[in-house]
Write a protein of this length. Structure first.
Length: 472
């Protein structure tokens, strides 16, 4: 067998890995969009390291755009196989990919508008359209957790809840090599966190021969849930009550937004949330929240018990969901304190960028970063403490206070990832390939894995190829 790393290699975005079996059967694990502005990845989204028409089947770990965002282009460019994922991921992917197509169309329109003014060619085009998304959704096949789904006689796949976002899964492939030996090939997807609200805890994979494993927070430790709530409440009080400012929270529309809203709902129910307007300004977050409510089978016991007294944990009196663009623009002129939650979490686009350009120069306001921001994104520059940033080509001084709460991350920290992998047989597992992490985090995680008794740990480069034999 052969494995080629076609994305998320020494970076945290663009997940895509190609496994080729002995007889040439090709399996694609994820097909994500690169999100960021590194020059070396400038052409990543538009090009392939393989021929899409030669891919036999695809397996999608979860619906986040950095894992699913190029699927419509894959189908557009010739892929005709099944896209296997959980039912919740199928439903979430539909709304997220349609949103992605609309954002690309808008970006292309405004880029061409700027080019026209500068006398440059109007050659910006979206990677795909709404129609391409609708075509690709026909290829999705939703399966349940914990069952072996037969792809062909010598190949089966099992998905297990990875606790990262709604419907997220680890992937285990059971491969029968010439009726001589069963080989188990694993892909962790993104590893979630135990004891978090809304989602069930991650379910570990069983023993494997090979593993592709994420490494986002190698060498890092998160705060725990009780600290999350008290820290958030303190930030709200200081910003909105004491300074009478606005709390701006860039948050991914799927997972992070719902967790923050649920936390605010619990604070409001307990009478601890100050009376002030709260806005979720993201059509995608609204659509995703509706999908969440259609899949209570993914909820953990805590939220199910909470829903006995509060049937809708994603809505309370002072909360307003914003769909229309004109209503979003009105928030820029809103006087007085407020909480505004908007996408995207890395601040690479979407409505959050408009809120930042209008609020970042006011010292009364706070920008609360609640998750990882890839290098070279606007979020990363604000997170690292830059005093000036460029937004829509305009320089803005960062006068608003910047707070960071990695505890809201949907990715496990180093200890949580090690705990997730702890049950695996070190003697059986021949190789671990670390992906979805910056190189410094990957090196730290490799050190931790080595101390924990694991061997054969590789950090592949983009495009890197490895041949897997029974002896390796």
């Amino acid at each position: 067998m052969k494995i080629q790393f076609c994305g998320a290699a020494q970076t945290v975005t663009g997940s895509c890995h190609l496994l080729t079996l002995d007889d040439g059967y090709k399996i694609l694990l994820d097909c994500g969009l690169y999100q960021g502005r590194e020059e070396e990845f400038e052409d990543f989204n538009a090009n392939w390291m393989f021929d899409p028409s030669e891919i036999d089947c695809m397996i999608l770990s979860h619906a986040h755009i950095d894992h699913s965002g190029r699927i419509p282009k894959l189908v557009k460019d010739g892929f005709r196989g099944e896209i296997i994922c959980t039912s919740a991921t199928r439903d979430l992917s539909a709304v997220m990919l349609i949103d992605s197509a609309k954002i690309q169309a808008s970006d292309a329109y405004y880029t061409n508008k700027r080019n026209r003014k500068k006398g440059l060619p109007e050659d910006a085009k979206p990677l795909y359209t709404d129609e391409d998304v609708y075509d690709s959704i026909q290829n999705f096949v939703g399966i349940g957790y914990g069952v072996w789904h037969h792809i062909r006689d010598d190949l089966s796949v099992q998905l297990r809840d990875s606790g990262h976002i709604f419907g997220s899964a680890s992937v285990t492939l059971r491969i029968d090599r010439d009726k001589k030996k069963l080989v188990y090939f694993g892909f962790s997807g993104d590893i979630g966190r135990p004891d978090r609200p809304i989602l069930k805890d991650p379910v570990p994979m069983e023993d494997l021969d090979y593993l592709i494993c994420e490494s986002t927070y190698g060498g890092r430790k998160h705060h725990q849930l009780p600290e999350d709530i008290e820290d958030l409440l303190k930030i709200i009080h200081e910003t909105c009550v004491v300074k009478r400012g606005k709390l701006i929270i860039p948050a991914f529309s799927v997972g992070r937004t719902q967790e923050i809203v649920y936390t605010l709902d619990k604070l409001e129910t307990a009478g601890r949330l100050p009376e002030l307007p709260v806005f979720v300004d993201s059509p995608l977050a609204i659509n995703a929240t509706e999908v969440f409510r259609l899949h209570p089978d993914c909820f953990d016991s805590e939220i199910i018990e909470y829903m006995i007294n509060d049937p809708n944990p994603f809505r309370f009196n002072d909360l307003k969901y914003i769909r229309k663009t004109e209503d979003s623009k009105k928030l820029n002129y809103l006087e007085g304190p407020a909480i505004i939650i908007s996408a995207s979490g890395m601040m690479t686009g979407g409505r959050i960028v408009h809120h930042l350009i209008n609020h970042i120069e006011d010292h009364k306001n706070t920008i609360l970063i609640v998750g990882f921001c890839a290098p070279h994104t606007l979020g990363a520059r604000i997170r690292r403490g830059d005093k000036k940033v460029r937004i829509f080509g305009v320089e803005r001084k960062v006068k608003a206070q910047v707070k960071i709460m990695d505890s809201y991350s949907a990715h496990g920290d180093e200890g949580e990832m090690l705990s997730y992998l702890s049950n695996l047989d070190r003697n059986k597992l021949k190789n671990i390939f670390l992906v979805h992490g910056d190189i410094d985090r990957q090196e730290k995680f490799r050190e931790a894995l080595t101390k924990d008794g694991f061997n054969g740990i590789e950090i592949p480069e983009l495009g890197g190829k490895y041949e897997l034999t029974p002896e390796t």
